[in-house]
Design a binder for this molecule. Sequence first.
Ligand code: PNS
Length: 156
Amino acid sequence: MTKAVFPGSFDPITVGHLDIIKRAGAVFDEVTVSILENPGKGCEFTVEQRLELIRDAVAGIPNVTVCADTGLLVDHCRRIGARVIVRGIRSGADVEYEATLEQVNSRIAPEITTVYLISKPEHAHISSSLVRQLIKIGIGIDGLVPNADHKLFRRV
Ligand code: PNS
């Protein structure tokens, strides 16, 4: 049985993330979507809010679970018994960023392999930071997140 982790900040989960989750779920026996801390980023949504949004988005996908953890990604993978990390690639900039992450992770935990899924072209411009900016300036986020009508996106 192969268990994979799809890690990220998910601040918030986007339709691009959800597509990668579904495709990973079709390849691996189990996929855990794991919220981890990116030391280079502050987050707009709390961990609890991000968990709620992801759980709402993946409800009904039988082999996908959701969790949050702290510390190193590879330690998290070891704790939950996953030997595969899944990451999505949207652009050349992502490749450069991902290469650094992979080199650090494989140095610490050579037994864990990272695999990459190329984002669909229609998702290439979608990012959590774009969603956060649109929310701040009051522009709708329909089609960018799986659950645009969720109460957490409602602002008075
Ligand atoms: O969605 P993101 O922000 O690109 O995800 C990045 C994330 C959270 C996967 C990465 O920052 C991470 O693995 N954080 C945990 C800390 C860690 O393991 N650092 C070592 C790798 S640089």
